[in-house]
Design a protein around this ligand. Structure first.
Ligand SMILES: *[C@@H]1O[C@H](CO)[C@@H](O)[C@H](O)[C@H]1NC(C)=O
Ligand SMILES: *[C@@H]1O[C@H](CO)[C@@H](O)[C@H](O)[C@H]1NC(C)=O
Ligand SMILES: *[C@@H]1O[C@H](CO)[C@@H](O)[C@H](O)[C@H]1NC(C)=O
Ligand SMILES: *[C@@H]1O[C@H](CO)[C@@H](O)[C@H](O)[C@H]1NC(C)=O
Length: 629
């Protein structure tokens, strides 16, 4: 039975709140209607698929393969080779037969199968072969090793870790721990797959038990702090997300979307692969991000859309010119985290008319969309109009935060304080008892799930979901991303946004990348600003004009936000999902005894005209309070 709760919910706002939670969507348009809230037509379609027992993205692939128009159209392009829908589906069938007969997955049992690998066409085949046999997929981050990897395998309680031979070195060291929990490792390679020859169709009975609620996909958070947490996407959410995103982007069979983001992560999974399948378009898959392969692959594949994260765009904008960087047919860049200083340079240099910025999280509510073609909405996440505010203004709020404790600030009356126009605050989404159950939850981790909820915010008994993100909305309704909570820090009783400092640093020609964080200093409250920076290519440390950099940051930033320490490094550390790693840097701080590697340091004590070299003597001066900061 489909969405039984719907019949019980009568008011439109309650219905949309329920759908928001169920599909993790919030309405976001000047008109008050969200581009991605399922419409009545979408829900009717979901009902039809339910009645037909065709709730999987795999079933859509099967439909394409069986359709005379779609059979020979390209489905995936990978490293110069193209697979049509027909061919790809045949491979999926062979891989599914292999899973059942050779690997030992029980068809039709709905067991979880863990997949551990980087981007490849074999990975895509396995994903849908796992669906074909009625199993659900656990997408393990292929860069994990040791305890993190063991944790993810244990969490999904799987009997199978199907692993790309390329990451064998990450997996072998934990073999005995996997043996103990009865989890078997099976490696795959392109040559193994090319020998598979059993084309017997996978019987529909294997997928008979699949319901809207059955687990479909376990996606892990990046775990930049602590062990990764899992988010289990249900079958209906997986299917409907693909559909509504495809409709929102108006994808057609002629669309080709390039992604080099990892398939194990939500973005490439649910914002590229599944929407493209709904549309019958083409995925152009990059093995991983590299400036060397990016434009050649985009050019050769005739990609019409490229998927990004902000760091990727910054990297491209900082790279030397590439002969193919404008020789392409890309109409749109689609992704999240494009920073203000990169936005227009990216559009102009690479000649990409539309930047479609999105804010969303696998473990979050309330995505925001900004399809941007010109200056008015550039740099924003979204736009809220009067109708939106009237209908949904009480469903989503921004509240003032205590930057030190990361707690929600309480007024004298004990209630949280709503932000005014322009004030940064953490975004909260209202939950009700009904929507709570459908809202974001961590898989088998009640504590972490509870940790994202807060009660008694504005009145006794109310319930809200904490986004963990700081945003501000200006008087015209534009919404801007400020920082991830925990990234903003406090210095001299003021709040410093690491993103804003980073944008200013990288707008100086000598600095191409910056990772900003706060460090504790003995005898000081708050955290002092510190930035790990990468110098422009061919600029040597000794040739840097440190006075010019000091003037630049002092001109563009309030005094308290001027970074005191700069740590000059060869390259910044990123996670597999291209997020900046701050953990090690924060831990090491500025005590040079504890700092690893060969990085060079400068700092800017009060009274200095420009940054000057920082060494062990400087640290002694800090401790003895012989300098003013
Ligand atoms: C897919 O099927 C084709 C044709 O049956 C075969 O040539 C190819 O090796 C198979 N495997 C992969 C990974 O493409
Ligand atoms: C299929 O592959 C198996 C195992 O590699 C082999 O024994 C068999 O002869 C192959 N069958 C065909 C029809 O090629
Ligand atoms: C900084 O954040 C605190 C909450 O921790 C808030 O009360 C204060 O108004 C903010 N200060 C500024 C200058 O924005
Ligand atoms: C993650 O693993 C892939 C596949 O082995 C590798 O290509 C990539 O460089 C790794 N990324 C990071 C950030 O370690």
């Amino acid at each position: 039975m489909a969405l039984p709760v719907l019949t019980a919910i009568t008011s439109l706002t309650a219905l949309s709140a329920y759908l928001n939670a169920k599909f993790h969507i919030v309405n976001d348009l000047k008109s008050g209607r969200s581009p991605t809230t399922p419409t009545a037509k979408d829900l009717a379609w979901l009902q039809t698929r339910t009645d037909q027992h065709k709730l999987l993205t795999y079933d859509l692939l099967a439909d394409h393969a069986a359709s005379p128009q779609q059979h020979d159209r390209p489905f995936v392009i990978f490293e110069g080779r193209t697979w049509s829908y027909g061919e790809f589906f045949e491979n999926v069938t062979k891989v599914a037969n292999w899973l059942v007969e050779e690997v030992g997955v029980k068809g039709g049992e709905g067991e979880v199968v863990a997949l551990d690998g980087g981007n490849s066409v074999e990975y895509l085949m396995l994903w849908f072969a796992i669906e074909a046999v009625g199993s659900s997929l656990s997408c393990v981050n292929c860069n994990l090793t040791g305890d993190g990897l063991v944790h993810c395998v244990k969490l999904c309680e799987t009997r199978f870790l199907i692993t790309d031979q390329d990451v064998k070195a990450n997996v072998e060291p934990i073999r005995s721990q996997l043996d103990e929990i009865g989890c078997q490792i099976t490696y795959y390679t392109p040559s193994l797959f090319s020998t598979l020859n059993k084309t017997t169709p996978i019987p529909p009975s294997f997928r008979e038990k699949v319901t809207q609620e059955s687990p479909r996909n376990l996606i892990y958070t990046s775990g930049t702090t602590g062990l990764p947490k899992g988010v289990m996407l249900g079958t209906a959410r997986e299917l409907m997300t693909g559909r509504v995103v495809s409709n929102y982007l108006k994808l057609t069979p002629n669309d080709r979307m390039y992604t080099c983001m990892p398939l194990y992560h939500g973005a490439a999974h649910a914002l590229c692969t599944t929407p493209i399948i709904h549309a019958g378009g083409t995925i152009v898959l990059g093995r991983k991000f590299s400036h060397r392969t990016f434009w050649p692959e985009v050019h050769a594949s005739k990609a019409t859309t490229i998927q990004y994260v902000g760091e990727l765009c910054r990297y491209l904008v900082n790279s030397p010119p590439h002969p193919l960087e404008r020789a392409h047919v890309v109409q749109r860049a689609w992704g999240n985290g494009m920073r203000p200083d990169v936005w227009e340079p990216f559009r102009e240099r690479f000649n990409i008319p539309v930047i479609n910025e999105l804010y969303s999280a696998t473990d979050g509510l309330g995505p925001l969309y900004n399809r941007n073609e010109g200056p008015f909405t550039a740099n924003a996440l979204g736009l809220r109009g009067a109708i939106w505010n009237w209908r949904f203004g009480d469903q989503e709020v921004r509240v003032k935060m205590d930057v030190d404790t990361e707690d929600i600030l309480r007024g004298e009356d004990g209630w949280a304080v709503k932000c005014k126009d322009g004030e940064p605050g953490q975004v909260l989404h209202r939950l009700t008892e009904e929507t709570d159950a459908a809202g974001p939850a961590y898989y088998l981790n009640q504590k972490a799930t509870d940790g994202r909820r807060i009660r008694d915010v504005f009145e006794k008994g109310d319930l809200w979901f904490k986004s963990g993100d700081m945003m501000r909305q200006d008087a015209s309704g534009l919404v801007y991303f400020i920082d991830r909570l925990g990234d903003t820090f406090r210095w001299k009783s003021e709040n410093v946004s690491t993103n804003e400092v980073s944008d200013v640093l990288t707008s100086h020609p000598s600095i191409i990348e910056a990772n900003v964080y706060g460090v504790s200093l003995p005898g000081y409250d708050g955290r002092a600003g510190c930035a790990s920076i990468v110098l422009a290519p061919s600029l040597a440390f000794d040739d840097v004009d440190w006075i010019s950099i000091a003037n630049h940051v002092r001109k563009l930033l309030p005094g308290y936000a001027v970074p005191i320490f700069l740590r000059v490094t060869e390259e910044l550390e990123y996670t597999g999902t291209l997020k900046l790693q701050k953990g090690r840097l924060k831990r090491e701080g500025v005590d040079l005894e504890k700092v690893s590697g060969k990085d060079r340091w400068v700092w800017l004590p009060v009274g200095e005209v420009g940054y000057v070299e920082y060494g062990k003597a400087g640290w002694e001066d800090v401790k003895a309070k012989r300098v003013r900061l």
